[in-house]
Design a protein around this ligand. Structure first.
Ligand code: PMV
Length: 385
């Protein structure tokens, strides 16, 4: 038995930051995210099951990695328990088999681009296909990485914090499908930055233990924002959506600064992007930024406003002379920069402040694909070790 699937990256517009249960990965607050299109960015996973394999083995981006990490094991255990309870169609015939898992991202893992969310969502989605397990698997993906539970669905997705002690109601649900807002376009600005940020789990723990501001965020700000942004998304009200998205990103980084010792995820280029967006929006809110636990920006913009935005970004953040293609993903016909943009008074930054830009849109979530990463003998097709 062999199955291959791809799963998307998701970008939160109302952020998850802080756990109430470290083991079960239960969050302190609900969060809402946009699932990105797999055409531009995805994790791809092949899983093969055979009674002739002596042991479970796993490869990640061409290197063999141990499969005994607690998070992977928690996902596997929960998947098996679920398959047994549900009497999943193919599971009984696989019980005596060992697994080979091969996974790759088509975007840099180290770029801080939510690669673990796509990776765990893909692992769990592919396993469910292999076992023939039907139904919601978001609670299983959550055990790999919290935000992964939002990558098993397309469009805009809400992760409900839930209240049950065993986490059974801490699952994701779709707010709207991707087809609801096809005009919404997304740019990922990958910031040139060698520094490795504090991992999200360690960072969240510090914030939960030390930040006063987090209490206010969890009790008051997030619940109100989740309701308002859901309404904005349903009504396709870009200005309201954009304002809430930017405010929530700013508040995530405010609680990081309020942690002790403080956590710095944004850098001077990230701050320049924030200033750029606010200057750009001076007369009309047309662009919204959001930043996760790293310096890269995710920008939301309506399709009709995209060409002018890209022309302005190229002017203010000129490419450096590295070999990576500067503008990747869905092509945009970039017009000449016009006078009104130059009047905004934005000085060009140092060339190469951004490594590259990925142009994408909302996507429909994970799905099965026919081309496998493992040979019929269960060996990775492309391995570095
Ligand atoms: O799921 P984790 O542990 O990678 O945490 C993700 C945290 C943020 O990306 C900063 C916010 C979010 O909601 O995705």
């Amino acid at each position: 038995m062999i199955v291959t699937c791809i799963a998307p990256v998701n970008i939160a517009v109302i952020k998850y930051w802080g756990k109430r249960d470290e083991e079960l990965i239960l969050p302190l607050n609900d969060s809402i995210s946009a699932t990105l299109n797999t055409d531009q960015m995805h994790a791809k996973t092949t899983i093969m099951a055979s009674p002739s394999f002596k042991e479970d083995r796993m490869w990640l981006n061409g290197r063999e990695v141990p499969m005994d990490s607690p998070r992977i094991q928690n996902c596997l255990k929960e998947m098996v328990a679920r398959a047994e309870r549900a009497g999943a169609v193919r599971y009984s015939s696989l019980a005596a088999c060992r697994l080979r898992v091969c996974s790759e991202n088509n975007f840099p893992t180290a770029a801080g681009l939510a690669s673990s969310a796509a990776g765990y969502a893909c692992l769990v989605f592919t396993l469910a296909k292999l076992f023939g397990l039907e139904g919601d698997i978001s609670g299983i993906a959550r055990l790999g990485s919290g935000s992964a539970c939002r990558s098993v669905l397309g469009g805009f997705v809400r992760w409900h914090k839930g209240s049950a002690a065993d986490g059974c109601d801490s699952v994701a649900s779709q707010v709207v499908p991707a087809s609801h807002w096809p005009e919404l376009r997304i740019l990922i600005l990958v910031v040139n930055d060698a520094q490795k940020a504090t991992g999200s789990s360690v960072g969240m723990k510090t914030t939960v233990e030390t930040s006063e501001l987090l209490k206010l965020r969890v009790a008051e700000c997030v619940p109100a924002r989740v309701d308002s942004i859901t309404e904005a998304i349903r009504e396709k009200d870009f200005r309201k959506f954009g304002e809430l998205t930017m405010k929530d990103s700013n508040q995530l980084h405010a609680v990081c600064l309020d942690s002790f010792p403080p956590l710095f995820y944004m850098n001077s280029v990230s701050h320049a992007i924030v200033n750029f967006v606010h200057l750009y929006n001076a007369t009309d809110l047309q662009v919204a930024y959001t930043f996760d636990a790293g310096p890269n920006a995710c920008l939301f913009v309506l399709e009709e406003n995209l060409p002018r935005l890209v022309a302005t970004i190229n002017h203010v953040f000129p490419p450096g002379n590295n070999s990576t293609k500067y503008f990747q993903g869905i092509p945009v016909a970039v017009p000449h920069i016009n006078e009104d943009v130059l009047k905004l008074g934005m000085e060009p930054k140092e060339a190469g402040s951004l490594k590259y830009i990925i142009s994408t849109r909302l996507g429909a979530g994970p799905h099965e694909v026919p081309d496998h990463l493992l040979t019929t003998a269960g060996e990775p097709r492309s391995a570095t070790t």
